[in-house]
Unconditional design. Structure first.
Length: 297
């Protein structure tokens, strides 16, 4: 068995340990994470756009009437509200990494909800910066691929093409997001450990150059379990919406809303806490390896 294959097996084993350990620690620290995510969910639902726009697009596609036109000033207010929500949510998202660092780096593998406010006060503006960085690449890519596939010149008004383009956008965006997150996600735990944004960026690149495969494979497992299923569920749901909307089923409309809120709840109360714990364990294991490399020099 060659060295390269042994390394892949080692990374795969570590990725499985990441998942199992993160799930175990999440269950034992459920209350602090629950409190933090409740705040995040409330902020998300209050400030962010809801799925009604999808129905508007689908109805128009099938020849129906769109929702009443909103004046420009209402659109501006909605944009400002959305931006405020993103900024506040980004801070609480970052604070969850602080809670995970407390768990992974403490001797008793435990954290308290009040630690959230400590990280809020200390790193609020750094968390905002990192959140926009983490979402900048996928946002730009999504905008580019959407503008190409849904451009009026090349977009045929057919059901198969709309489903194909929607599937292409979501699947490729998921893949892009995986690689983008691999590049930058270690900045979060590094910020808590190093105490400064500059040092965190520097350490992130060092850990990435040291063993990017370790980070990628663990995140790949995470995406396959928590992200990919929702991508295909959304694609199937979009297809069914386009298919049945000429007969406009109110029941299916409420099913779509139920699915949306279910995805939101699972994302906030399970996916994001597990992500922060996995990321922090990767960071701790890689910094240990890095220290060993330094000692040998």
């Amino acid at each position: 068995m060659n060295k390269k294959r042994l390394q892949v097996q080692s990374h795969t084993h570590e990725a499985l340990v990441d998942l199992k350990l993160s799930w175990k620690l999440y269950k034992s620290n459920f209350k602090p994470f629950l409190s933090a995510q409740i705040i995040s969910v409330i902020i998300f639902l209050l400030f962010q756009p809801q799925p009604w726009d999808l129905w508007n697009v689908v109805i128009v596609f099938n020849g129906g009437d769109s929702l009443p036109y909103n004046p420009v000033w209402l659109s501006i207010i909605a944009s400002i509200r959305s931006l405020i929500g993103i900024i506040v949510y980004s801070v609480f998202f970052g604070c969850s990494f602080g809670l995970s660092y407390d768990i992974m780096s403490s001797g008793n593998l435990f954290t308290k909800f009040k630690s959230l406010f400590h990280y809020f006060r200390r790193y609020w503006w750094q968390y905002i910066l990192l959140f926009f960085l983490l979402n900048f690449g996928p946002l730009v890519y999504g905008g580019i691929i959407s503008s190409i596939l849904w451009h009026p010149i090349i977009e045929p008004e057919t059901l198969p093409y709309h489903v194909f383009s929607y599937a292409t956008i979501n699947i490729t965006l998921c893949i892009f997001n995986l690689f983008w997150m691999t590049l930058f996600i270690q900045i979060y735990p590094s910020l808590t450990a190093q105490g400064g944004i500059k040092q965190a960026f520097s350490e992130n690149w060092r850990l990435l150059s040291l063993n990017w495969k370790r980070i990628f494979i663990s995140l790949l497992f995470f995406f396959l379990i928590f992200t990919v299923p929702w991508v295909f569920i959304d694609i199937i749901n979009y297809y069914i919406l386009l298919l049945i909307i000429p007969h406009y089923s109110v029941l299916w409309k409420y099913w779509s809303y139920t699915l949306y809120f279910a995805e939101t709840i699972i994302t906030f109360f399970l996916e994001l806490p597990i992500l922060t714990l996995i990321t922090t364990r990767i960071y701790n294991s890689l910094t240990y390896v890095a220290s060993e490399v330094d000692e040998k020099k």
